[in-house]
Design a protein around this ligand. Sequence first.
Ligand code: ATP
Ligand code: MG
Length: 423
Amino acid sequence: MASTPQAIRGMHDILPQHMPYWHTLERVVRDTLAAYGYQEIRMPLVEKTELFKRSIGEVTDIVEKEMYTFTDRNGDSLTLRPEGTAGCVRAAIEHGLLHNQVQRLWYQGPMFRHERPQKGRYRQFHQIGVETFGLPGADIDAELILISRRIWQRLGLLPHVRLELNTLGSPQARQRYRQELVDYLQAHRDRLDGDSLRRLHSNPLRILDSKHPETQAVVAEAPLLIDHLDDASREHFEHLRELLDDNAVTYRINPRLVRGLDYYQKTVFEWITDRLGAQGTVCAGGRFDGLVAQLGGRATPASGFAMGMERLVAMMEDIGTSCDDERPHAYLVMVGEAAQRAGLQLAEQLRDALPGLKLLGNANGGSFKAQMKRADRSGARWALLLGEDELAARRISIKHLREQREQESLTQDELPDYLGKQL
Ligand code: ATP
Ligand code: MG
């Protein structure tokens, strides 16, 4: 028996009924970023595998076990992008966007990670990423946090998210801390889980992030990076806190907050919600001053964040965020062959006169009753009725589908004005 085709596990169709939430999210993000002067950039979905290894880090979950990597017909190793920062930095270097210039960029699109699919965790998911280049100060870290807060506020999500903040210090400070952490964890190695043992030498900071209860208990007593900061990082962090306080941003310092990507230093932050179960981080970011040079560009300070669109949409649906109304305004009912012919032209004239009008024309005939049913199901406010009588009189009847109101009759010339006033 022939089986019907199915989507790849962890990769989802986004069906029309969910689109108003996606469009609303995208519109709010686009408008908010425009209000801060950010410019959009679009990168390819595929990059050389090497790029991700060099940026995200060889011993990270993403590079070790989550990438969709394949050899193309030329024998090159390519990877579906698991995140956007690496490609964005690559593009900025390649096109000379960083020469004596500041850049404030954003992008949006699908990312791919071979993770265990579960609620809020998919193999193809979508991110909106925001990256700044050439700006070393805490002021830009604050701006990024203010942008994200404004997005939550405009989406009605602000009461449901909280901000966690940490600093990872300079790479040198981190290196010194790393040794102290390893020494401490070594002394408690019998209580660490297998994953953490494996990371003890390759990526010990990641152990701070472990979800394993016994490991967490060990970590709770571990020395803190925040106590080992270099002066410059401490000042940067203190200034960021002042700026956030000035702008009444509430946050919690989480000294164990680390990110799963190696390129972060100094500021890191996450926006977290309790409304989504285990996958509660909806936005994560920080400073990555070393990455541009690491990828062959001239040393350039950089800072950014990425948000998970599926998780934000799930929150919007859960909370009932009010969305752009995408239902048609009007449904054109045309009964009889002559009315169907004339109606097609009338519909075109209406769309000429009212470019904002969303008009759904009945197709494939049907009785008056059948067409009225379709009109109702379409969600339209008005059914525009064109039957033989209307046709003969060059009139149109308007039935109000969402309010208790008498049916009205207008000449066809009056119609654009009548509808236009109510859009
Ligand atoms: P997590 O701790 O949830 O695995 P991460 O540290 O891997 O997240 P980032 O790489 O910083 O996440 O990605 C930024 C955001 O993208 C996350 O906060 C999350 O909202 C979203 N995200 C990451 N991975 C996935 C995924 N597999 N499915 C859906 N959303 C994701
Ligand atoms: Mg992850």
